[in-house]
Design a protein around this ligand. Sequence first.
Ligand code: SER
Length: 409
Amino acid sequence: MRSDQIRTTFLDYFGGLGHLEVPAGPLAPDEGDLLFTNAGMVQFKPYYLGLSRPPRSRLMSAQPCVRTVDIDRIGLTDRHATAFEMLGNFAFDDYFKRESMAWALDLLTGGFGLERDRLWMTVLRGDEESVDLWRSLGVPEERIQRLGPDDNFWSMGVPGPSGPTSEIFYDRGPRVGRDGGPAVDSERFVELWNLVFMQYRRGDSDDEILGDLPGRHIDTGLGRDRLALVLQGVDNLQEIDVARSTLAAVRALTGRDDEPAAHRLVTDHVRTAVLLIAAGFRPGNEGRGYVVRRLLRRAVRRLVLLGVDEPGLGPVAASVPGGDPAVVEVVEREERTFRRTLRAGNRLLDTELRRGPLTGETVFKLHDTYGFPVDLTVEIAGEAGVSVDTDGFARLMREHRERSRAGRQ
Ligand code: SER
């Protein structure tokens, strides 16, 4: 099933159950505390908190999301991507656990045709109500696992609504990894769908629960791209229909068929950069712009390591949906700029790496003069087995910001 058919199947199903389709929210919410929209529920935050009323008590959406928390795992796992689409059904003081579970199971095994015996469930330890509900829906006890809050408690990562979750996983089989369910191997047992039972107001951390929400709500997120991975029978997120041509463009550029992890990293990073540039963000040194820059620079460095010495990201960017000429030009310009400084920066870095641990000053100079994102420096140093004074770098960055702020006043 193609990715667009997955989306339609989802929306048709929940539309039939009285959900109103809401257009996707912006990639970056107006609210400053969240860098990018990281879940379908972000635009509904005021509804969950009881600050405003939803147009209907049942909503649904297909939301492009950007998450860079797992950036270090890209290419190394099958299931991570910095951008993906999340399909969600949402309920505001309407249905709760039983319906959200029953419908998710019905859609996965019905419309999407997944084998029932390959589905595993996790619940928050102590939430025996959810265990009983899964059992009443015919899920055998041995495929329900109880995990702690790291796995089965959800919040946006910032103050706001939160709650326990139950997640649905698909067993990709022994070829992929060890037996034992999602508690043991999250590559073999890939998470497809997160059902959040929104009940609490969270403070500064997940440990700080300020109180109950004014109602009991549902927030679910089905990873469209992960479901595509399963339904299209491919090995990883960079090989699904919407990413495949970009992976092919990266391979054509390097002319190699070894180093699959590096090819997939470049594919992922360019796809997300194109998405962000098309949404109006530009490479820069701060905040959201820095994410665009970091993605492109990590991609360029990987290409250099693969032996690509001349700029070549243009056709790669053009292969991404949304990669129109104006977007491609931004990518090409960033690549040219970075390649110019990369050589000089590399010389400094090589010298310093031979000397030993990298000081905050060196990391700052690489960042400020040569445009090396700090995580790139850390990554290169890590490969060389050399430690980095990131605290010292952070201090210098703070001082630098204060100086430039003072300069502007
Ligand atoms: N908010 C939850 C998640 O992102 C479910 O949509 O996983």
